[in-house]
Design a protein. Sequence first.
Length: 124
Amino acid sequence: MQNRIMDKQYLQAGSFKVMQIDATRVAGPQEIVLEYLLANKFGVRVCPHAGGVGLCEAVRHFAMSDYLAVSGQWDDRVIEYVDNQHEYFVHPTEIVNGRYKAPTAPGSGVDMKLEAAERCLYKG
Protein backbone atom coordinates (compact mmCIF):
# COMPACT_ATOMS: atom_id res chain seq x y z
CA MET A 1 0.00 0.00 0.00
CA GLN A 2 1.15 3.51 -0.76
CA ASN A 3 -0.15 5.45 2.26
CA ARG A 4 -2.60 5.42 5.17
CA ILE A 5 -5.25 7.39 3.25
CA MET A 6 -5.49 4.74 0.54
CA ASP A 7 -5.35 2.04 3.21
CA LYS A 8 -8.34 3.53 5.01
CA GLN A 9 -10.37 3.85 1.81
CA TYR A 10 -9.69 0.25 0.77
CA LEU A 11 -10.39 -1.03 4.29
CA GLN A 12 -13.68 0.89 4.51
CA ALA A 13 -14.72 -0.62 1.18
CA GLY A 14 -13.86 -4.13 2.40
CA SER A 15 -11.52 -4.54 -0.56
CA PHE A 16 -9.20 -7.15 0.88
CA LYS A 17 -8.69 -9.70 3.64
CA VAL A 18 -4.89 -9.25 3.86
CA MET A 19 -3.19 -5.87 3.61
CA GLN A 20 0.35 -5.87 2.24
CA ILE A 21 2.21 -2.85 3.54
CA ASP A 22 5.44 -1.64 1.97
CA ALA A 23 7.87 -0.20 4.51
CA THR A 24 9.84 1.65 1.83
CA ARG A 25 6.90 3.42 0.17
CA VAL A 26 5.24 5.10 3.13
CA ALA A 27 6.20 8.12 5.23
CA GLY A 28 8.25 6.21 7.78
CA PRO A 29 7.75 4.14 10.93
CA GLN A 30 4.86 6.25 12.23
CA GLU A 31 2.82 5.54 9.11
CA ILE A 32 3.60 1.83 9.28
CA VAL A 33 2.25 1.76 12.84
CA LEU A 34 -0.90 3.57 11.64
CA GLU A 35 -1.34 0.97 8.89
CA TYR A 36 -1.21 -1.84 11.46
CA LEU A 37 -3.70 -0.02 13.69
CA LEU A 38 -6.09 0.59 10.78
CA ALA A 39 -5.89 -3.02 9.67
CA ASN A 40 -6.61 -4.20 13.21
CA LYS A 41 -9.62 -1.88 13.48
CA PHE A 42 -11.10 -3.44 10.33
CA GLY A 43 -10.17 -7.02 11.28
CA VAL A 44 -7.69 -7.38 8.42
CA ARG A 45 -4.34 -9.06 8.89
CA VAL A 46 -1.12 -7.51 7.61
CA CYS A 47 1.55 -9.19 5.48
CA PRO A 48 4.54 -6.85 5.16
CA HIS A 49 6.22 -6.76 1.76
CA ALA A 50 9.77 -8.02 2.20
CA GLY A 51 10.89 -9.03 -1.26
CA GLY A 52 13.93 -6.82 -1.72
CA VAL A 53 17.39 -6.24 -0.29
CA GLY A 54 17.00 -5.36 3.38
CA LEU A 55 13.20 -5.50 3.44
CA CYS A 56 13.12 -8.69 5.53
CA GLU A 57 15.35 -6.93 8.02
CA ALA A 58 13.24 -3.75 7.88
CA VAL A 59 9.81 -5.23 8.56
CA ARG A 60 10.47 -7.73 11.33
CA HIS A 61 10.34 -5.11 14.11
CA PHE A 62 6.93 -3.98 12.89
CA ALA A 63 5.59 -7.52 12.66
CA MET A 64 6.75 -8.21 16.21
CA SER A 65 5.12 -4.95 17.35
CA ASP A 66 1.86 -6.08 15.76
CA TYR A 67 1.95 -9.20 17.91
CA LEU A 68 3.04 -7.43 21.10
CA ALA A 69 1.01 -4.21 20.97
CA VAL A 70 -1.74 -4.38 18.34
CA SER A 71 -3.30 -7.73 17.43
CA GLY A 72 -1.80 -10.07 20.02
CA GLN A 73 -1.96 -12.82 17.40
CA TRP A 74 0.63 -14.71 15.42
CA ASP A 75 -1.06 -17.87 14.19
CA ASP A 76 -2.66 -16.17 11.19
CA ARG A 77 0.17 -13.69 10.58
CA VAL A 78 2.69 -13.97 7.77
CA ILE A 79 5.65 -12.00 6.47
CA GLU A 80 6.96 -12.28 2.96
CA TYR A 81 10.48 -13.76 2.93
CA VAL A 82 13.25 -13.88 0.36
CA ASP A 83 16.26 -16.00 1.30
CA ASN A 84 19.09 -14.01 -0.22
CA GLN A 85 21.41 -11.09 0.43
CA HIS A 86 21.09 -11.23 4.21
CA GLU A 87 24.87 -11.51 4.47
CA TYR A 88 25.18 -7.75 3.85
CA PHE A 89 23.57 -6.83 7.16
CA VAL A 90 24.95 -6.56 10.68
CA HIS A 91 21.85 -8.25 12.14
CA PRO A 92 20.45 -10.47 9.37
CA THR A 93 16.98 -11.96 9.50
CA GLU A 94 16.81 -15.42 11.02
CA ILE A 95 14.06 -17.96 10.44
CA VAL A 96 13.46 -20.66 13.08
CA ASN A 97 10.81 -23.34 12.52
CA GLY A 98 9.24 -21.32 9.73
CA ARG A 99 8.96 -18.10 11.74
CA TYR A 100 10.94 -14.90 11.85
CA LYS A 101 13.10 -14.79 14.95
CA ALA A 102 12.62 -11.62 17.00
CA PRO A 103 15.29 -8.97 16.43
CA THR A 104 17.93 -8.73 19.13
CA ALA A 105 19.09 -5.17 18.45
CA PRO A 106 17.25 -1.84 18.49
CA GLY A 107 16.76 0.23 15.38
CA SER A 108 15.47 -0.42 11.91
CA GLY A 109 17.52 -3.58 11.41
CA VAL A 110 18.93 -2.46 8.08
CA ASP A 111 22.45 -1.57 9.24
CA MET A 112 24.78 -2.76 6.50
CA LYS A 113 28.22 -4.18 7.12
CA LEU A 114 30.86 -1.60 6.24
CA GLU A 115 32.48 -3.71 3.53
CA ALA A 116 29.11 -4.29 1.85
CA ALA A 117 28.26 -0.59 1.90
CA GLU A 118 31.68 0.38 0.55
CA ARG A 119 31.20 -1.88 -2.47
CA CYS A 120 28.03 0.06 -3.31
CA LEU A 121 29.53 3.55 -3.06
CA TYR A 122 29.80 5.65 -6.19
CA LYS A 123 33.49 6.13 -6.88
CA GLY A 124 32.87 8.85 -9.56
